[in-house]
Design a protein around this ligand. Structure first.
Ligand code: RP5
Length: 162
C-alpha cells in the first residue's frame, strides 16, 4: 500500500497533525511524518516533495499556520495529490493560513480542508488511496456505517435529553 506523507511546518502544529495520524492509524494506513518548513527549511521540504513518489508515497498532507505556504511549496515539487491543513495561530483565528493554503494559483492544486481539520485530511487521503485499494474502500464504508449508527443512537435519545 502507498504511504501517506505528513509534513508540518513546526512542532507547534503537532496537535492538529495528531488528529490526522490517529485517523490514519485507525484505518491501518502507513504514514511517515516530518517537520519541514517552507520558510525555515525550504530545501528539506522541497527534497521530500520531489522524491515522494519514488519513495512510495501516494498522497501528502501538509499542515501549516500563519503565512502557510507549505502545502503549496510541496505541491510545486510533486504531482502527487497534496492536502493542505490550515492551522490556527494566535491571530486571525486561522483565516491567514486558510487563505494562504486554499488560494493556490491555477496549475498547482492543493485540496484544502477546514482550519485545524486533521481528521478530514486523513479521511481524504484515505479516500484518494482507496481508488486503487478495495480493502481500504471497504474499511471506509464500514467507518461511514458506524458513524451513521452513532448519530442514529443520539437521535433516538434526543427526547430524553430535552
Ligand atoms: C508556520 O508557522 C508553522 O506551520 C506554524 O503553524 C507557525 C508558527 O510556527 P512556530 O513559531 O510555532 O514554530 O510555519
Amino acid at each position: 500500500m502507498k504511504k501517506v506523507g505528513i509534513v508540518m511546518g513546526s512542532d507547534s502544529d503537532m496537535p492538529v497533525v495528531k488528529k490526522a495520524a490517529d485517523m490514519l492509524k485507525a484505518l491501518d494506513i502507513p504514514f511517515e511524518a516530518h517537520i519541514f518548513s517552507a520558510h525555515r527549511t525550504p530545501d528539506e521540504a522541497a527534497a521530500f516533495a520531489a522524491g515522494a513518489r519514488e519513495n512510495g508515497f501516494g498522497v501528502i498532507i501538509a499542515a501549516a499556520g500563519m503565512a502557510a505556504h507549505l502545502a503549496g511549496a510541496i505541491a510545486a515539487r510533486t504531482t502527487l495529490p497534496v492536502i493542505g491543513i490550515p492551522c490556527k495561530s494566535a491571530n486571525f483565528d486561522g483565516l491567514d493560513a486558510l487563505l494562504s493554503t486554499v488560494q493556490m494559483p491555477s496549475g498547482i492544486p492543493v485540496a484544502t480542508v477546514a482550519v485545524d481539520g486533521g481528521t478530514n485530511a486523513a479521511l481524504l487521503a484515505a479516500q484518494i488511496l482507496s481508488v486503487s485499494d478495495a480493502d481500504l474502500a471497504e474499511r471506509l464504508d464500514l467507518k461511514r456505517k458506524k458513524d451513521a449508527a452513532a448519530v442514529l443512537v443520539k437521535d433516538s435519545q434526543v427526547a430524553t435529553k430535552l
